[in-house]
Design a protein around this ligand. Structure first.
Ligand code: SAM
Length: 247
């Protein structure tokens, strides 16, 4: 009888913990789905109902540096809204030719570090050429893979993806590996063209809704939603944080 009295609360606690663990969000299974019928700008591979877009080739890098970009995207407002501090360690994931990296570098100053992560070596060559042109020495190039940004573990305060996430061939694996590179409490920033707005002149698979970004992040229990900033003319800024207790 006395044994029962000791064990029943213990048993209850075990049952409760396992029930809670079962409630924890899980990645979908299978992770990806391929469909024969799909958008011609997409790769026919779907993650949580969304078609993944083709990667923008380095041949189109001039588009990233177009003079009208500032007016269209107001990257000045984007950078201001991030409230970057001097000395911060930032990863610019899918940095392209470094249009965003060099604006970040101004904010993080001489003691900051910006990891420019790319899967195309040609983009990294352009990035370093431009950084030399602007005499910026705090940007470090990293050649990642389609599943792994190859960042030092728990090294970054902020990771930013400007018009990038929707192109990830393996979004689940990429975000998992990005989380490993974030300091606890660090931020992951999504800047994506608003799918909710038909007036935004971008191909459908290159846009994302806020609901879809949030839905896909439920597959990563280490992240918590922080905020959405709606100051940009065409994109949302959606921010998640790595939970403080997560390594
Ligand atoms: C549309 S461009 C945006 C470039 C830059 N963020 C900007 O706003 O100027 C998207 C870039 O993401 C890169 N990319 C796509 N998948 C990637 C991945 N898994 N890891 C790193 N970069 C990736 C592509 O190579 C391409 O250069």
């Amino acid at each position: 009888m006395s044994m029962l009295r000791i064990f029943s609360p213990l048993l209850l606690a075990v049952l409760l913990v396992s029930a809670l663990a079962d409630d924890a969000p899980k990645p979908p299974e299978p992770l990806y789905e391929t469909r024969a019928e799909h958008d011609r700008n997409g790769i026919g591979k779907f993650f949580m109902g969304r078609e993944i877009a083709h990667v923008m080739g380095h041949q189109a890098a001039d588009w990233l540096e177009r003079p009208e970009r500032e007016e269209e995207e107001r990257t000045d407002l984007l950078i201001e809204s991030l409230k970057l501090r001097e000395g911060e360690v930032v990863a610019d994931i899918g940095c392209g030719s470094g249009y965003i990296s060099r604006k970040i570098a101004k904010k993080t100053g001489p003691t900051g570090v910006i990891y420019g992560v790319e899967i195309q070596q040609e983009m990294l060559d352009l990035l370093m050429k431009r950084m030399a042109m602007f005499r910026i020495t705090t940007v470090k190039p990293i050649l990642g893979t389609i599943t792994d940004p190859k960042l030092p573990p728990a090294s970054c305060d902020t990771m930013i993806m400007v018009d990038v996430y929707h192109e990830f061939d393996f979004p689940y694996e990429m975000i998992q590996n990005m989380i490993a590179g974030l300091k606890p409490g660090g931020r992951i920033v999504f800047v994506e063209y608003r799918k909710e707005d038909p007036a935004v002149p971008i191909k459908e698979v290159h846009k994302m809704s806020e609901t879809q970004v949030k839905k896909e992040m439920t597959a990563h229990p280490a992240l918590e939603y922080a905020e959405t900033i709606a100051t940009l003319p065409r994109q949302h800024i959606i921010i998640f944080k790595k939970k403080a207790g997560d390594k």
